[in-house]
Design a protein around this ligand. Structure first.
Ligand code: IPE
Ligand code: IPE
Ligand code: MG
Ligand code: MG
Ligand code: MG
Length: 324
């Protein structure tokens, strides 16, 4: 069964299955175009291997849906596709690096061997680096003719913040710090080494939430959302990003390799601090559902048009109820 089939038809009045399939097809076509067979051969093969290997494309879908929340559902999404694809390149980079032996040491990703298992660690590291740069280059080159340069600079600045030490990369090192795997990280733990809800929330919100928040914010920013709209959409994405990581942690504890495409049970084995490993499945599910309700409530606001936020509503529901 394809990943998109698992999303299923929405129970609500918006045909999310058709919507997401149409958008995902566009994303795949464009990503293939942005990652040609090129030289140096091995480096590009390794980059293509990870980017063009499926995946839910949630972050790209969120970016496009956030743009549509501003410009409307029947508008041209062409101007937003390079940004959405650039975000998927960054996401692929984060996955390649996350799977390395020095981090989570995973053998499977999206139902295939991880990048370093196929190409070796050196190439995997470099493919990640190259994808980071290709993402920025793609966004600039493919957007410069249509977008206001000031808006683009603002987006690039937020992008660096979301991916770097204050965002995804910072979250990844905290995630490692609390597994006891990273040397010399004692100062990053609190004195008693007591992991509380706030600590887990901070790890989740940076390692996963920051890029998800950027996906939503940047789509809306490029669509010229106003300050009130941007603020609401950021609050919404904050809930979605956190709920998404709890769903990932629940799937790690309950899923299987066939459905997930990655090895389950790794968080407990690696002593990872997640809502599930610390508070248990029941409370994790409760927290996730609370975040879903809070996120949906945020969208229900007069500064956003109800018709236009339907894809975002469904993407939040999907982030929580998905099976992979
Ligand atoms: C996995 O992300 C990494 C996390 C942040 C939990 P996804 O579950 O979105 O991975 P793909 O892109 O669908 O494979
Ligand atoms: C990954 O979190 C977060 C990033 C890739 C930034 P996980 O380590 O839980 O993701 P999976 O389970 O390997 O996909
Ligand atoms: Mg990890
Ligand atoms: Mg991992
Ligand atoms: Mg995980």
């Amino acid at each position: 069964m394809s990943r998109m089939q698992t999303i299923g038809r929405s129970q609500h009045d918006f045909d999310f299955a058709s919507y997401s399939k149409a958008k995902r097809d566009l994303i795949e076509i464009r990503l293939t175009e942005y990652l040609p067979v090129s030289s140096p051969d091995t480096l590009w093969q390794s980059m293509r291997y990870s980017v063009l290997s499926g995946g839910k494309r949630l972050r790209a879908l969120l970016c496009l849906a956030a743009a549509e929340a501003i410009v409307g559902l029947n508008s041209d999404i062409e101007p937003f596709l390079p940004l959405a694809c650039a975000i998927e390149m960054i996401h692929a980079m984060s996955l390649i690096h996350d799977d390395l032996p020095a981090l989570d040491n995973d053998d499977y990703r999206r139902g295939k061997l991880t990048n370093h298992k196929v190409y070796g660690e050196a190439t995997a590291l470099l493919a990640g680096d190259a994808l980071l740069m290709l993402a920025i280059e793609t966004f600039i080159e493919k957007t410069i003719k249509t977008a206001d340069p000031q808006v683009m600079l603002n987006i690039i600045s937020h992008f660096c913040h979301a991916v770097g030490a204050s965002g995804m990369v910072g979250g990844q090192i905290l995630d490692l710090a609390f597994t006891g795997k990273q040397q010399g990280m004692e100062n990053d733990k609190n004195e008693t080494n007591h992991i509380d809800a706030q600590t887990i929330e901070a790890i989740h919100k940076s390692k996963t939430g920051a890029l998800i928040k950027f996906s939503v914010w940047s789509g809306a920013r490029l669509a010229k959302a106003n300050v009130e709209q941007l603020s609401l959409l950021e609050q919404f994405a904050d809930k979605l990003g956190f709920a998404f990581q709890i769903a990932d942690d629940l799937l790690d504890s309950t899923g299987n390799l066939e459905t997930l495409g990655k090895t389950p049970g790794k968080d407990l084995a690696a002593n990872k601090m997640t809502w599930v490993t610390v508070f248990g499945e029941k409370l994790a599910k409760q927290k996730m559902r609370d975040l879903e309700e809070e996120g949906l409530a945020i969208l229900n606001n007069r500064v956003l048009q109800a018709e236009r936020v339907k894809p975002l509503q469904e993407l939040l529901r999907y982030a929580v109820h998905r099976k992979n």
